[in-house]
Design a protein around this ligand. Structure first.
Ligand SMILES: Cc1cc2nc3c(=O)[nH]c(=O)nc-3n(C[C@H](O)[C@H](O)[C@H](O)COP(=O)(O)OP(=O)(O)OC[C@H]3O[C@@H](n4cnc5c(N)ncnc54)[C@H](O)[C@@H]3O)c2cc1C
Length: 703
């Protein structure tokens, strides 16, 4: 071991070894992996080793496809078998809605160029003769599925990385991480200190503890999980070669061939957490005793779907822990404010995702960009709220228990809610608001006419649609008031603010008293956001973006910020307000404002400080609905009084409270796409139609 490396990877599970290998692929060979015990000593050694390309996020699905396709290359380079079985696998549909869902999933998979196809129940039984087809509607089969030997795959990655120049040190725990002047890290280990430019946290079950070493609290927790391996099953043994894997979505179980028997895993409805703060440092290659009472309800469903198992002996039980995040996706990438520290943790499906994560981290370290749209697994998709222990327990428990449960597009899940609320929350509740959660903040979806209204989860039209239609109609014919607490707002001040924004944003910078829509690009010319920039004074600006992108946006801003001359402050929680839009919006504002708000005095895209009712507000003439409209922004303490005064002033003009769903309908009808919904990180301005806002005659990032 040297005392200096460019990159130190902490953790020798499947993820750390893949990161190591991908760094060497990108030419970073001055790199070492440090492992506390031996390779695979965390979750990896006892995993079932199943992998699949399917994922509800198509970008993650593409990276899973990449992961599966890479194993043969890693085997060949290392000379080590990963024990690959490309058996293919099927998802069973036990309800008509699930069947409909699988058909739509097939359409997504086809878009990604896979050879997936549908099976009748009889065809499913032909492939896997131990399935009882009663109650089945069909199955979705994907050839890009299978299983491997977890130890072989990990050793293959490590071996291939070593052949390309990387080092692997075992029995060397990282004890502490200290930032050094100049941006490097001092990595204190059991075998001595190392200086490194970058550290990667791939510490699996211990990742929360390693994050704590640099002052970061990652939202991940270990949850124990069971599978059993049976004695030989004659029908399985008779197949000879591989047998397709089966996920019984309505049955909470998955099954794959193991020798001449099967492996049956179960996602129970009543999971428990273990070592929420991270596994103990001395936790070895240990399994927990079986907890049959807890998993029995789901296991019985599994035994009914595969009845032969009722008479088959169980050879082995595995009850081991792996980590979960609130949405089940990994935590990958740099953390704002912690220089050269990289997360590669919270990985639930390591054998499907290890290469995608390794590729993203290696690209990011080398190029400053992951090279793909990896927002679905970006560590910056969560804020500090997500690391609260209770929130984390509630949301991860919900995710685990719903792992195979049908998720409807209009469904709202209860865990960890309500968390953040605005001063208008109780008033909205009293008006029948139904909420969604945006980065932990309760945001009205629509306002139901009766307090006991319940929306039915559906793949079709929702029973809430007539309510949303009325809200849309109110905006088209009178006026709607929409709470804009879920906009992120940053104040940029200082003598260098104008020049910095001019470089950061691809649009022209507005004059004082003006607002502009401002695409923000990365060096490759891909969209980093579609913000609006408001110039309040010569050297005072507001940047407005999406609430849930705060950590993501600030990471980017801070990476571009000069050492002096520009101050950036996140004022999202300090300022809130309402967007009032529709033909009556000007009349309503006139009743409250002390200024002239006529079209001549206050034209489109203007911004003014003015008194509105009893509040001192900043009012912008802009609206996402496509109608005449104003955004009225006030200090948070005045947000509730503003609502009261707006309601009073708007009553005679048909002002109605509206929610997110109406806004989405209105903006889509108008053709206003937004970043991270219709446009993504890998779109160019030309692909999204945002090129009309670009000042092509100036210098800016991505020009
Ligand atoms: C019962 C069970 C079945 C599973 N089945 C599947 C499956 O079929 N398919 C699938 O994709 N996934 C499965 N998983 C999940 C899979 O095991 C994980 O996704 C994967 O192993 C995570 O790998 P990792 O490298 O992130 O973490 P880990 O394997 O936990 O590796 C982290 C490593 O970091 C080391 N380390 C920690 N702290 C330090 C430190 N301070 N210094 C040095 N080293 C340190 C640890 O010793 C450990 O070796 C299963 C998990 C369980 C429990």
């Amino acid at each position: 071991m040297k005392d200096q490396y460019r990159v130190v990877v902490i953790g020798g599970g499947i993820v750390g070894c893949s990161v190591l290998y991908h760094l060497t692929l990108r030419g970073v060979t001055d790199v070492v992996l440090l492992e506390r015990e031996e390779l695979t000593a965390g979750s990896t050694w006892h995993a079932a080793g199943g992998f699949h390309a399917m994922n509800s996020d198509t970008r993650i699905a593409a990276l899973q496809k990449y992961t599966i396709g890479l194993y043969p290359q890693v085997e060949e380079e290392s000379g080590q078998s990963a024990g690959l079985h490309m058996s293919g696998g099927m998802e069973l549909a036990g309800t008509p809605e699930r069947w409909q869902w699988l058909k739509s999933e097939l359409a997504w998979l086809r878009m990604m160029d896979t050879d997936a196809y549908l099976l009748t129940p009889e065809e499913a039984v032909e492939m896997v003769p131990i399935i009882d087809p009663r109650g089945l509607y069909g199955a979705l089969f994907d050839p890009l599925e299978g299983n491997l030997d977890p130890n072989g795959a990990t050793q293959a990655y490590a071996g291939a990385a070593k052949r390309r120049g990387a080092e692997v040190i075992q029995h060397d725990r990282v004890l502490s991480l200290t930032p050094l002047v100049g941006g490097h890290w001092r990595v204190e280990t059991e075998q001595g200190d190392i200086t490194a430019e970058h550290v990667v946290n791939a510490a699996g079950l211990w990742a929360r503890r390693v994050g704590n070493m640099v002052g970061v609290d990652h939202p991940l927790v270990p949850i124990p999980h069971h599978f059993l391996v049976t004695e030989d099953v004659p029908q399985v043994a008779a197949i000879g070669g591989d047998m397709a894997a089966v996920t019984d979505l309505e049955g909470f179980t998955y099954l794959q061939k193991e020798g001449n028997g099967v492996l049956l895993g179960v996602y129970e409805q009543n999971p428990r957490h273990w070592s929420v703060e991270g596994a103990p440092w001395d936790f070895g290659r240990t399994l927990f005793p079986e907890e049959l009472d807890r998993i029995m309800p789901e296991l019985s469903i599994g035994f009914a779907r595969f009845p032969v198992l009722q008479d088959t002996g169980i050879k082995r039980w595995v009850n081991g822990a792996f980590t979960f995040t609130p949405d089940g996706n990994p935590l990958v990438g740099p953390v704002a404010g912690v220089r050269n520290y990289w997360a590669a943790c919270g990985v639930m499906a390591g054998f499907s995702q290890c290469a995608g994560i390794g590729l993203a981290i290696a690209n990011w370290i080398v190029d400053g960009d992951p090279g793909y749209d990896v927002f679905g697994m970006d560590v910056a998709r969560f804020g500090p709220y997500a690391s609260n222990d209770r929130y984390l327990r509630d949301t991860t428990k919900q995710f685990y228990a719903r792992r195979f449960v049908m998720a409807y597009p209009n469904e709202e899940l209860p865990a960890g809610r309500p968390l953040k609320t605005t001063p208008c929350y109780d008033a909205f509740m009293a008006e029948g608001a139904q909420f969604t959660a945006n980065w932990g903040l309760e945001v009205p979806l629509y306002f139901a006419p009766t307090p006991d209204f319940e929306e039915t989860s559906t793949l079709g039209r929702s029973n809430a649609e007539p309510i949303v239609a009325e809200e849309v109609e109110a905006v088209r014919s009178a006026a709607g008031a929409y709470e804009i607490a879920q906009y992120a707002r940053y104040e940029v001040t200082g003598p260098g603010a104008d020049a910095w924004l001019d470089h950061l944003l691809a649009s022209r910078i507005p004059a004082v008293g003006q607002i502009r829509l401002a695409p923000m690009l990365n060096e490759a010319g891909r969209l980093m956001g579609d913000l609006s920039v408001t110039r309040l004074d010569e050297d005072r600006f507001w940047l407005t973006g999406s609430y849930y992108l705060q950590a993501w946006q600030q990471r980017w801003f801070r990476a571009q910020l000069p050492a002096t001359g520009v101050e950036l402050r996140n004022i999202t929680e300090d300022r809130m307000g309402f967007s009032v839009s529709g033909p009556a919006s000007r009349v309503i504002l006139e009743r409250l404002a002390h200024d002239d708000v006529s079209n001549e005095a206050f034209p489109f895209l203007g911004v003014r400080r003015m008194d509105v009712g009893t509040t001192q507000a900043v009012v912008g003439r802009i609206s996402l609905t496509g109608e005449l409209g104003y955004e009225i922004i006030v200090p948070t303490a005045l947000h509730r009084p503003l609502l009261r005064e707006l309601r009073a002033a708007g009553a005679q003009s048909g002002l109605r409270l509206i929610g997110d769903r109406a806004i989405d309908s209105l903006r889509l009808e108008k053709g206003y796409g937004i970043w991270s919904a219709e446009f993504r990180q890998d779109y160019t301005p030309g692909m999204s139609g945002l090129d009309r806002f670009i000042a092509f005659d100036k210098e800016f990032i991505g020009a």
